[in-house]
Write a protein that binds this ligand. Structure first.
Ligand SMILES: N[C@@H](CCC(=O)N[C@@H](CS)C(=O)NCC(=O)O)C(=O)O
Length: 200
């Protein structure tokens, strides 16, 4: 059975939980507290030398880290990852976008605001994330005016990657009111069979 090391309140970890849930894959979830530096122990570093969650323990001596790599591994051969090479590359396009143009703004602002409780010395940094975060949200809105999901008209792991932090963007100070299509997309994902809320 797969074992996942993570924290459900981390969008990167919740991505994995959500896909496992959608696929109905049984697994063990091991909670890791990053504020207590649990990713910096020698035992953890043997699983992921980069000291971050999520980590997937495949149960055969193999470990996989980086949330989007884990999603690609778990989704292979399912309807969540298209076989067609262009369609598959479109999924990757959105996953790379998530890691470079979305997560560093939206997830980081949320972390500073929610977990660190916006300490004075990081206020400017948090506010400085707003423009980049809104740029990413506007790019998503533009796509979602054209297609129901990010890589076309059916959901893929690209949607899971971007859903995770977009649905809690308000916790980083991002108001989603102006993004009509994006809000419909959030609701469409929440309406999928077996959907699991981050706070469940
Ligand atoms: N690119 C990585 C990012 C993972 C990441 O930053 N994880 C955070 C929690 S969301 C973490 O483990 N931080 C612990 C630390 O930096 O000490 C992924 O997508 O998995």
């Amino acid at each position: 059975m797969y074992k996942v090391y993570g924290d459900m309140q981390s969008g990167n970890c919740y991505k994995i939980k959500l896909l496992l849930q959608f696929l109905g894959i049984e697994h063990e979830w091991v909670h890791v507290n990053i504020l207590d530096k649990e990713t910096h122990t020698e035992a953890f570093k043997r699983m992921n030398p980069n000291t971050r969650i999520p980590v997937l323990n495949l149960g055969n001596g193999e470990f996989l880290w980086e949330s989007n790599a884990i999603l690609n591994f778990l989704a292979a051969g399912t309807e969540w990852l298209p076989e067609d090479s262009l369609q598959r590359a479109r999924v990757l396009q959105w996953q790379f976008f998530e890691q470079y143009s979305h997560e560093p703004y939206i997830a980081t602002a949320r972390y500073i605001n929610k977990y660190l409780r916006l300490p004075k010395e990081r206020e400017a940094e948090c506010h400085g994330k707003q423009a980049g975060g809104h740029k990413a949200l506007a790019v998503m809105e533009q796509q979602l005016q054209r297609t129901k999901f990010l890589a076309g008209d059916t959901p893929t792991i690209a949607d899971i990657s971007l859903f995770a932090y977009t649905q809690v963007a308000h916790e980083g100070g991002f108001d989603l009111a102006r993004y009509t299509h994006l809000r419909k997309w959030l609701d469409a994902i929440r309406a999928l069979p077996r959907y699991l809320d981050m706070n469940a």
